[in-house]
Design a protein around this ligand. Sequence first.
Ligand SMILES: *[C@@H]1O[C@H](CO)[C@@H](O)[C@H](O)[C@H]1NC(C)=O
Length: 266
Amino acid sequence: MAPSIMRLALAVGVAILSHPVQAVQEYILEKTYDVNNFFDEFTFIDTTDLSHGYVTYVDQQTATTDKIANITGNTVYLGVDSTTKLHWPTDSGRKSVRIEGHDEYSQGLFVASFAHFPKPACGAWPAFWMYGPDWPNSGEIDIYESWNEATFNEITFHSSTSSTCELQADPSKFTGTIQTSNCNNAAANYVTQYPGQGCVTEEIGASSTSPFGNDQGGIYAVEFTADYIKIWSWTHGAAPADINSAHPDPSGWGLPRAYLKPALCF
Ligand SMILES: *[C@@H]1O[C@H](CO)[C@@H](O)[C@H](O)[C@H]1NC(C)=O
């Protein structure tokens, strides 16, 4: 099943808009996460990395002392310890942060504005994602995720092992490139899809339009309705004019990079 309740994980400058039921539907701003409330709204998760990375997720106090997370001017800064020389496997993993939002959402329009993205580099694994309760069983949406020197974003939907959720492979619906189409976490043939991979749409970075890996950052938007999930991204200059308005209208934003029709999940 597609996720029904989602939490935000690792988000910078995120605006949440909800879709009221009324004759003329339009999104209205429900909540903004920015320098005024960011660290009150997200909790530092300093447990073991479930993905087995060579990382030590630190608590807020350590992150603050080590300047791995802070408010700098009008921007939330989230980073890693970039100076300590580590000797694997004797030293524990590189200090970094994983944070998780307190609020839960079932549907909505989520717009996240980033001032910077890390350059693809060996050992890097930046991610901005949402997930349902009882992870990983109730699903996950990876909006921004890639690792090492990959030059593309892997926009990924993971659904429960009992679903047959698939990406809609209709090129008229989105601009990304399908890498795997079966969202079921258990789907694996060990040739084109490994266990837990989910359905992946590639957003090729370093193109004139993609902000992936761009040191100037960019904007990612997720529209999550009962009928579909769409994900867009833009460099700052190229975002739609209404992206920061009181009533942004995704119907005018053109094709998303990735598209999932949850109806196919059941
Ligand atoms: C936040 O952390 C960055 C990176 O360590 C550092 O350059 C900056 O000075 C810090 N800002 C504040 C206000 O402490």
